[in-house]
Write a protein that binds this ligand. Structure first.
Ligand SMILES: Cc1cc2nc3c(=O)[nH]c(=O)nc-3n(C[C@H](O)[C@H](O)[C@H](O)COP(=O)(O)OP(=O)(O)OC[C@H]3O[C@@H](n4cnc5c(N)ncnc54)[C@H](O)[C@@H]3O)c2cc1C
Length: 332
């Protein structure tokens, strides 16, 4: 089988690596450009409120922790994680436990306040604390995977694809090349290259704040939408959902109002006194979203597939999703 993968972000690189491992003749089109994988916060954990999503994230994390090469490619650092949500999390915690025994425990609001410094939590708040969670670098992983591919008989080209054609062909400045399958893994640029499914580019943003937050783990607080992780020298990387949809991935600008709302939410949630400074730095980027969310292979016809839709979370799921997608493509 001859397959082309269009896009060398973490999704395209992981899929190309899986395909080459399965003996497929792979060409990856991976131009050097600022992308979601280069900007990613890289928080990985098993727990998600949706039990199916939790199963996929936990499966990815289990592979990441148990495979020395993958751990090295990802620059994995284990910091632990806490997810603040409402009661009723048993199915998702069970999914995490199945892949990562002994990692997850459920705590109440009082313990969230005592151990992590959360304030003003609603009465039904519950937290899922994970020992085995941390930071995965999508940029490092993709760089290592593409390097491995180039040394293992794969063809890695820094060319941009101008057009994807039915019949599994791509056109670049160098001409037209035909394959048995073309997979478009071009993240937020995917809708420009191929139709056939509702995909949307959405802004994602975080900032580096210097705030006295007493939480030593990565956290998500789904009651406010605030998430973050400790960074170097006492700084904290903090973000919240952005409502800028259908952005142009080549022209994203910082949302300064959002940066202010993040500061307010962090001050309230961790009881930080007024007067704390705004972000030292804001990172504004984007990702490709779909509903239901998640990175997966979709057949759009004519030998063309998409592998995108990470929806702000593909660092967590890319290992399991790429394994599944490669198996589906080889069987197709
Ligand atoms: C700021 C930020 C923070 C995030 N934090 C987290 C987190 O904490 N945890 C988590 O799990 N996920 C997180 N994510 C989400 C995760 O990083 C993304 O889901 C993931 O990186 C998407 O990877 P991708 O390969 O699909 O897309 P991208 O990384 O955007 O890659 C797409 C690639 O396609 C290429 N391309 C585009 N057009 C063409 C073309 N015509 N020809 C050839 N190539 C083309 C681009 O150059 C690019 O390299 C975050 C994302 C952002 C932006």
């Amino acid at each position: 089988m001859r397959a082309a993968v269009v896009g060398g972000g973490v999704a395209g690189a992981a899929l190309a690596w899986r395909l080459r491992t399965a003996g497929v003749d792979v060409t990856v089109y991976a131009p050097d450009a600022a992308d979601a994988s280069g900007a990613s916060g890289g928080l990985v954990r098993g727990f998600e409120v949706d039990a199916e999503a939790a199963g996929q994230a936990a499966e990815s994390l289990a592979e990441l922790r148990s495979d020395e090469r993958v751990r090295d490619w990802a620059g994995y650092r284990e910091t632990g994680s806490v997810y603040v949500t409402a009661e009723g999390v048993t199915p998702s915690v069970d999914a995490v436990e199945a892949a990562l025994p002994g990692s997850a425990s459920v705590v109440d609001g009082a313990e969230l306040a005592r151990r992590f410094g959360f304030r003003d939590l609603p009465a039904d708040a519950a937290g899922v604390v994970e020992r085995h969670a941390g930071h995965f670098s999508p940029a490092r992983f993709r760089e290592r995977a593409l390097r491995w591919l180039a040394g293992s008989g794969g063809d890695v080209r820094a060319e941009r694809v101008a057009e994807v054609r039915a019949g599994a062909a791509v056109r670049t400045e160098g001409g037209v090349a035909a394959f048995d399958a073309v997979v478009v893994a071009a993240g937020a640029w995917t809708p420009r290259l191929v139709g056939g499914e509702p995909l949307r580019a959405k802004q994602i943003q975080y900032g580096l704040y210097r705030l006295p937050i007493p939480c030593a783990a990565s956290f998500v607080d789904d009651r406010t939408g605030l998430y973050g992780r400790p960074d170097r020298d006492g700084a904290f990387l903090l973000g919240m959902g952005c409502d800028r949809w259908d952005v142009d991935p080549d022209a994203v600008t910082p949302d300064h109002d959002l940066a202010g709302r993040v500061l307010d939410a962090a001050r309230r949630r961790f009881g930080v006194a007024d007067g704390a400074a705004g972000p030292e730095r804001v990172v504004a980027s984007f990702d490709c979203y779909r509903s239901p969310a998640g990175l997966r292979l979709v057949d759009v016809g004519g030998g063309v597939f998409t592998f995108t839709g990470g929806s702000g979370g593909a660092a967590k799921t890319v290992l399991a999703a790429s394994r599944r997608a490669a198996a589906e493509l080889v069987a197709s």
